[in-house]
Design a protein around this ligand. Structure first.
Ligand code: NAI
Length: 339
């Protein structure tokens, strides 16, 4: 019998708390034995709410604990590359949140380090690959059900947060395309068979949050990406939806098309009355992808225990960053940019 995977988590913010709760209470074959955060309240949360045995202010100190087999990184994006490399050097498996890094050189440094540790799992959290609906769509595309796929239209649209969490987040997020569209970019490559991207064009606007302009960012962004084989992708990302979180993707092929996630329904109830016909909506990314986050964590644990191989690679994460950067350059230059 394989023993449980012993996990340490770094970062206990908006998403880190969710991952920590999943590791402590829901994911099979693992134990959350350590947590790390520079914030006192977050360390207290780990001890008092989750009963985590080892709590650290310093990431290097957590890595020095020989009882930890794997780390989950839910820290600001600007720290991902160095923290992933340090984990691999300490002999730990790593699940790092997306995006892997905000420049290609940092991604390449991670890939080079991972090659030196073939027995360790290094996985990037492209959670949508574990969503049942996206998996269904991918299986159908791979089976040829829509003929030859040539166009992906994909959007990540968050409900407007009047308090502007993402404005404070902007200095470390890499901007709306690196933060939100990076998921859509990975989905497009996955659905289209991993083609090489050649050129990108982007534009955007600040509809409600002009403070983003200070960071060269927008609250609504649109992009077109060209791929070598003639495939195309169109992305839309928004921070200002009035109704809720709406992630949806259309995969168009020569013999049909698939639509995933349209209308953001939060359940299967449709109400018809004097006001019209309507349904409730998911309020945020976590409500939409809760099941996928659970499946993602289970896949990571299974991969670390040698029970399951991963199809999602660090090279995929590098390509998503490369494309996201070209889109962001185009947003700033106003011109098409080579990928
Ligand atoms: P956040 O700002 O709420 O949390 C960041 C956490 O990192 C905080 O707990 C902070 O105390 C901690 N931290 C900062 N420096 C640290 C250090 N040196 N060592 C250890 N901990 C440190 O941010 P949020 O929204 O939780 O995002 C974190 C990451 O997760 C980002 O990279 C983001 O792109 C990613 N993310 C992924 C999503 C997905 O759909 N897969 C959704 C939301 C976020």
């Amino acid at each position: 019998m394989l023993r449980n995977l012993r996990v340490g988590i770094a970062g206990l913010g908006r998403l880190g708390k969710r991952h920590a709760e999943a590791l402590a209470h829901q994911t099979r074959h693992c134990e959350l034995v350590a947590a790390c955060s520079p914030v006192t309240q977050e360390r207290e949360y780990a001890t008092q709410q989750l009963g985590v045995a080892h709590v650290y202010e310093d990431y290097a100190a957590m890595l020095a604990n020989p009882e930890i087999d794997a780390v989950v990184l839910v820290t600001p994006t600007s720290l991902h590359a160095d923290q992933t490399i340090a984990a691999l050097q300490a002999g730990k498996h790593v699940l790092v949140e997306k995006p892997l890094a905000l420049n290609v050189t940092d991604c390449e440094r991670v890939l080079a380090e991972a090659v030196k540790h073939p027995a360790l799992v290094a996985m990037v959290g492209f959670v949508r690959r574990f969503d049942p609906s996206y998996l269904h769509a991918h299986t159908a595309v791979a089976a040829g059900d829509i003929g030859r796929p040539f166009l992906v239209r994909s959007q990540t649209c968050d409900q407007n947060d009047p308090e502007g969490f993402f404005v404070r987040f902007a200095p470390t997020s890499g901007g709306i395309f690196m933060d939100c569209s990076v998921h859509d970019i990975d989905l497009a490559r996955w659905m289209l068979g991993r083609p090489k991207a050649t050129r990108a064009f982007a534009t955007g606007t600040n509809a409600l949050h002009p403070a983003l302009a200070e960071f060269g960012d927008v609250d609504n962004g649109m992009a077109i990406v060209e791929f070598e084989g003639g495939q195309r992708a169109v992305f839309y990302a928004s921070r200002t939806m009035a109704h809720g979180h709406e992630t949806s993707t259309e995969i168009i092929g020569t013999a049909g098309k698939l639509l995933v996630g349209e209308h953001a329904a939060n359940d299967r109830v449709i109400r018809s009355d004097a006001l019209g016909v309507r349904h409730g909506v998911v309020k945020d990314f976590y409500e939409r992808f809760e099941a996928a986050f659970g499946a993602e964590m289970s896949a990571f644990v299974a991969a670390c225990r040698g029970e399951q191989a991963l199809t999602l690679t660090l090279s995929d994460a590098l390509e998503a960053t490369r494309i996201g950067l070209a889109i962001t350059r185009s947003l700033h230059s106003g011109m098409p940019e080579a990928v």
